[in-house]
Ligand binder design. Sequence first.
Ligand SMILES: [Zn+2]
Length: 471
Amino acid sequence: MRIAIAGISHETNTFSSVITHRVDFIVRRGAEVLNEPGFPGIIGRLGIEPVPILFASALPSGPVDTATYQAFKAEILEGLAAAGQLDGIFLILHGALYVRDIGDGETDLVRAIRAQVGDEIPIAARLDLHGNMTAEFVDRMNVLVAYRTAPHRDMWETRDRALTLLVEAIRAERRPRTVMVRVPLLLFGEQAITEVEPMASLMAMLPEVDALPGIAAASILVGFAWADVPNAAAYVLVTAEDASHLEAAREQARRLAQAMWDRRDRFGYDVETLPVDEAIEAALAAPESPVFITDSGDNTTAGGAGDVPFVLERLLAHGVPDAVYAAIADAPATRRCYLAGVGASVELAVGGRLDPDHGWPLRITGRVVHLAPEDEGIATVQVNSVQVILTRARRAFTCLDDFRWAGVDPLAHKIVVTKLGYLFPELRDIAPRAIMALSPGYATQVMAELPYCRVPRPIYPLDPDMEWSPA
Ligand SMILES: [Zn+2]
């Protein structure tokens, strides 16, 4: 059995002015596509012949440049054409791809693939749960399976489940179909952590639905609210094993959607959420060490530019005795640190260039204390009592290894600021205490600050009194 494997994965924050170009993508081609934990293993267990084409992914950021997307799409289409006889197509997608002059990227991609390969060949995809669906996309796909955890702990497992369902359907000569219910909710990922309520009990309903006769998979998507698009919302997807079970799938999708809607006023934060100055004061007063403060408005994993120096400015103004700041993306400042060398004093103006809407360059004077190998482009500068990490490219500090590149042991410091919203699994599991600072940026947690124009109204919570039912 021959299965083509391809994908374009991007979480697009449409509020960001940082356009996502070709250089921002990590691209794997051919056999490299399978270079992911467990991928060769599942392919071996399923006994399939993979035809890997291309997988492109980039850190969340602004709309994807049209020519960049078109080039990836063309390569995937050419790869499919060159593949010869295929039994199925497996796509690795995010669900929140937005292309500048096109709009919803996943819809455009699948429309193009269907135009080329026809409607008969089954197509499955693995999705992030932070995606915004369209009816056309869901209709053109056969199997859709989304992550069930946020912070994400089940990326490979979800891929394996989606691929397995595709292969089983082909072997059984079944033709799965997926139904979708849009739930009119705008949620930030931080308000819908799956380990806590109300998501925990919603996610707990999914395995029961999977086990029903004729149902292949059920998914609840939180959606992606940093996108001013007509399809920004939460979604329920249920894949039926074949068309004869579509009605049962629809019934389950409606039931899950109703359960999500009924919990709408319970979505919220499971961490302390404070204005920036109060977050710093609370961290200083805390008995725990370190205290992780997330610079949530400039969260690079939700499309923040990663160079708003506001929280850094406040840390320095508070004269904190010991802190790490990860990080400011600033290529010229990073280059100057490399030119100066470890031990040299530097005067720099950092940040405020990628996101000129929420910041301006901050003048700092300090000493270069660490330089990562040059191709990594990470410089650490000691400014008073704050270790400021500068990076050549936008970067996310999500685990201890990311800090090691900067020569920093975050656990040895009192305050650790990272440009995240929620902490990713490793840090979440080890952080003695975490505070989310409501800082400015393209990934702001203050929904009222976002200039929504294209999101259809009413939608909760922008229209708190609206009524809705999935019927
Ligand atoms: Zn996600």
